[in-house]
Write a protein that binds this ligand. Structure first.
Ligand SMILES: Cc1cc2nc3c(=O)[nH]c(=O)nc-3n(C[C@H](O)[C@H](O)[C@H](O)COP(=O)(O)O)c2cc1C
Length: 153
């Protein structure tokens, strides 16, 4: 089994809905070789990252940046992961009242340092929360899990 790690944070539930949709996709019954591990950004450890074959990050945009919780995750895992996780495939979903570009840029700056590789386009649900867009999160999870299982990523 390969491991797909979801590190996420949500205060008012929108990003949580995105996580649940991504998990629905990744847990497609047709995909049998992937174990999904879900960690709140405040609790995820360097070991979680070491043991993951792929990582999905989920955050709201707050103050033009990723959530403080996800930033704390990166501050915690960056030093112990720097030499051990280069090349890890990752994906990202973002919930934003405006456009989410600040959150995305803040994440991309850090993972560039870690040398993770983004394997799927980011999913950003911006403006009024439209539940119809959750299908994009589901597709992100499904495509990531299927690609990991097939050894594409
Ligand atoms: C303190 C605070 C700061 C925020 N700053 C931004 C921002 O800079 N850009 C933006 O697009 N949305 C911003 N938002 C809106 C949140 O991204 C939005 O409410 C989102 O749905 C929260 O996600 P959650 O429901 O998963 O907690 C902010 C919200 C809060 C509470």
């Amino acid at each position: 089994m390969k491991r797909l790690l979801f590190v996420w944070h949500s205060r008012t539930g929108h990003t949580r809905q995105m996580l649940e949709a991504a998990l629905r996709g990744a847990r497609d019954p047709a995909i049998t070789g992937i174990d999904c591990v879900v960690r709140d950004a405040l609790e995820a450890t360097p070991e979680d990252v070491w043991e993951a074959d792929g990582i999905v990050l989920g955050t709201p945009e707050n103050f033009g940046y990723m959530s403080g919780a996800l930033k704390m995750f990166f501050e915690r895992v960056y030093p112990p992961c720097l030499e051990r996780t280069q090349g890890k495939p990752y994906g990202v979903f973002i919930r934003a009242g405006n456009d989410g570009r600040g959150a995305l840029a803040s994440i991309e700056r850090i993972v560039t340092g870690l040398r993770w590789k983004q394997v799927l386009p980011p999913v950003i649900i911006a403006g009024d929360f439209d539940p119809a867009r959750l299908v994009d999160c589901e597709e992100l999870g499904q495509t990531f899990a299927a690609g990991l299982e097939a050894g594409v990523f």
